[in-house]
Write a protein that binds this ligand. Structure first.
Ligand code: SF4
Length: 55
């Protein structure tokens, strides 16, 4: 299961450069492409809002 970003996202952008597969897209709320996410958990570890979890 890919990781997902919840409504708690404040679009700070912290996670995006940390993703090794460039699976995170910008937006009002950031989003993760489930087709390229490798479930590494790096983004969840760096999110200051705790908005990223395993889907
Ligand atoms: Fe990228 Fe890893 Fe987060 Fe998936 S779990 S979006 S591969 S940083």
């Amino acid at each position: 299961m890919a990781y997902v970003i919840s409504d708690d996202c404040v679009a700070c952008g912290t996670c995006q450069p940390e993703c090794p597969t460039e699976s995170i897209s910008e937006g009002d709320i950031y989003s993760i492409n489930p087709d390229t996410c490798i479930d590494c958990g790096t983004c969840a570890d760096v999110c200051p809002s705790g908005a990223i979890s395993q889907g």
